[in-house]
Design a protein around this ligand. Structure first.
Ligand SMILES: [Zn+2]
Length: 276
């Protein structure tokens, strides 16, 4: 698994994709598959939201290609590892290395599974295996009869661990979401009170600690870089953070005593020598 992952990263160019790939069609793409990170959950994890029910694969593939979309998907993963998780770690004062995901599947059913959609899902699924354990929990909301049929087909192929993270909810999902996400961090259309008016709506706002200047200053100054700990795969092939470092910008990590030993940098996929 470890070897395969490193090989995939090299072949795909994942290490440099943040610098050398530009997804210029993003604005158009977001019209046909509304998605994005918005805010944090109560534990400080970034929240990813996708309105899958509004996915229009035909129009989507008119403005981009599957290949380009998959590259964008990888770039977003890399951004999460190198910017969103570290920013959330700094803001929360503890190590954050996973996200909460909300997928709105209103109107989604078997009829949506056209050939290009199946191909896209297949490719994205392969990519997911190279970023293990970055999902903490997923809420599938507005699941109607159509989606439930689809879900019954998919379920047997999911690993028990993955399945345990996914909660399929109908139209009464709001109280469940509010248990894990503060109303101020949750868009109005999902039962919260955020509307990001000044940013053109929550799905376009990219709201989160990764937009806070003082947090980004720490990340871009590289002061957290020296805090990268060594990562080694354990017997099960899962990478574990075995290093402990301090940030020189203590102000943002000293919220509580134990956070002093919080690693501020997201998990890197290659082993990195710890300088401290
Ligand atoms: Zn908002």
């Amino acid at each position: 698994m470890w070897i395969n992952m490193l090989k995939w990263r090299k072949d795909f160019g994942a290490d440099t994709i943040l610098e050398d790939y530009r997804f210029s069609e993003l604005n158009e793409v977001l019209q046909y598959v509304p998605q994005g990170f918005h805010g944090i959950d109560k534990e400080g994890r970034p929240v990813y939201i996708e309105i899958l029910g509004q996915l229009d694969p035909k129009k989507l593939l008119r403005v981009t290609s599957i290949e380009r979309y998959v590259k964008y998907y990888v770039q977003e993963y890399e951004k999460t590892l190198s910017v969103r998780f570290p920013a959330c770690s700094i803001a929360a004062g503890r190590h954050v290395d996973s996200n909460t995901t909300i997928i709105d599947v209103q109107g989604v059913g078997l009829w949506n599974l056209t050939k290009p959609v199946i191909e896209l899902i297949r490719q994205l699924q392969q990519i997911n295996t190279n970023y293990p354990d970055t999902l903490c929990q997923m809420f599938i909301i507005n699941a109607g009869q159509g989606f439930k049929m689809l879900w019954n087909m998919i379920q047997p192929f999911l690993e028990p661990k993955a399945k345990s993270k996914i909660h399929v909810l109908g139209t009464k999902y709001k109280s469940t979401l509010l248990e894990v996400i503060d109303a101020s961090e949750l868009p109005e259309f999902l039962g919260g009170c955020c509307n990001c008016v000044e940013k053109g709506g929550c799905m376009r706002s990219n709201k989160g600690p990764w937009n806070e200047p003082h947090v980004m200053k720490i990340i871009s100054s590289g002061k957290t870089q020296g805090c990268i700990s060594r990562l080694e795969p354990n017997r099960e092939g899962i990478m574990h953070d075995i290093g402990r470092c301090y940030s020189s910008e203590g102000a943002y990590v000293h919220r509580n005593h134990s956070s002093k030993s919080t690693t501020l940098v997201a998990d890197h996929l290659a082993p990195v020598e710890c300088k401290y």
